[in-house]
Design a protein around this ligand. Structure first.
Ligand code: CP3
Length: 348
């Protein structure tokens, strides 16, 4: 499919672009009234994500409001553990839960390694969305990092201390590595399936990479993201950019940049100019406005966008984004201010 707007892909390849492309993590979701409407019709999150027509509709909703330069397929990182048989559901106000979380290391060796067609609903949602977008912008596919998936599978939801997940790493590292390896293998199938279905780039969300020490991050998180990158590139998919987003792992930016990925998502706790210095221009950078700036007055958003753009500077290879995802209590009007500011200040 010929793309009418390929700014995002060109920026990831570090080619020069006439302006900085912009998309926002979690750009589809509860902050949009039109999302809440479809979500109510679906009844539950998994029905929404599992019905290609509805997933396609909510993927495109933010593009109807804002001139964004990429769409991200509406799904969730926890589809892989679900396909492994853990039984994903969402509890109102509490977030994700599994009916069969991992409570005993013996379960780890019983887990299957899903193939792409075990997640056919995601593949169908991607092909339908690519067809519907008709080349308007690229569609991003995604997954969770093995470490981030492990935390949800062991903690059975979110956690403040990661006591159970970290206990596994330190008490039974062999079992942890077997689980991480299974998740990495499944993810290779999953992302190749997404690319085959039409995703133009893929992003690995390592939302909890930053709760590990730099040493543990290398062993338990980065190692398995590298396994995924190698698996995809070795299978011949060398033209599809792969972006890693390890939130809170700025200590490890050098090794992240050397992982073989094409771009790095950067959270808001580091200046982009420092991130550029650390990564040495080896990869594109995506980020990194503090999402909370969307609670600020319009003028403050405008100036903060300019600060982020200036911090990166004129070098090619910047994709504008937030340093983490949109929140349900944010206002769509503020997103419009942000996107306008990026377009205005980055014009070359
Ligand atoms: O627009 C997009 O970015 C695409 C959709 C997307 C969703 N989840 C939809 C969703 C993406 C990229 C994700 C990734 C995801 N899911 C991550 C990594 C990104 C990050 O924020 O760090 C994580 C950690 C998850 C796990 C997860 N799924 C959580 C913690 C929740 C929130 C639960 C809650 O009720 O707040 C979800 C559910 C979820 N995934 C929602 C959306 C829009 C909200 C649920 C709803 O509409 O009922």
């Amino acid at each position: 499919m010929e793309l009418k707007n390929d700014l995002y892909l060109r920026a990831l390849r570090r080619e020069s672009t006439e302006r900085t492309p912009v998309w926002l993590m979690r750009q589809a979701g509860r902050y949009l009234p039109e999302y809440r409407k479809v979500r109510a019709k679906a009844g539950d999150f998994m029905t929404l994500a599992g019905t290609p027509e509805m997933a396609c509709e909510v993927t495109i909703q933010p593009l109807e409001r804002f001139p964004l330069d990429a769409a991200i397929i509406f799904s969730d990182i926890l589809t892989i553990p679900d396909a492994m048989g853990l039984g994903l559901h969402f509890v109102q106000g509490e977030g994700p839960r599994f009916s069969d979380p991992i409570t005993d290391v013996k379960q780890i060796d019983q887990l299957p390694i899903p193939e792409a067609d075990d997640l056919q609903y995601v593949m169908d949602a991607i092909s339908l969305t690519v067809k519907t977008l008709n080349g308007r912008v690229p569609l991003i596919g995604f997954c969770g990092s093995p470490w981030t998936l492990l935390t949800y599978m062991i903690e059975n939801g979110g956690s403040k201390t990661f006591a159970k997940a970290k206990s596994l790493l330190y008490k039974n590292p062999e079992a942890a590595h077997r689980l991480l390896d299974k998740l990495a293998q499944s993810t290779v199938h999953y992302l190749i399936g997404q690319i085959e279905s039409g995703a133009s780039a893929v992003q690995i969300f390592d939302s909890w990479g930053g709760v590990l020490s730099p040493h543990d991050f290398e062993r338990f998180s980065l190692k398995y993201m590298r396994q995924i990158i190698d698996g995809i590139k070795d299978a011949g998919y060398t033209d599809t950019p792969i972006v890693l987003f390890s939130k809170g792992a700025n200590q490890s930016l050098q090794s992240l940049a050397a992982s073989g990925c094409d771009g790095l998502g950067i959270d808001w706790t580091i200046d982009l100019k420092d991130a550029l210095l650390k990564t040495g221009g080896q990869v594109a950078l995506q980020g990194n406005l503090d999402p909370a700036v969307l609670y600020a007055p319009d003028e403050y958003i405008d100036q903060s966008v300019k600060t982020v753009l200036d911090s990166y500077g004129p070098k090619p290879g910047h994709v504008f984004n937030l340093g983490h995802g949109m929140q349900p209590d944010m206002s769509p009007e503020k997103v419009a201010v942000l996107v306008d500011a990026v377009r205005q200040y980055s014009q070359r």
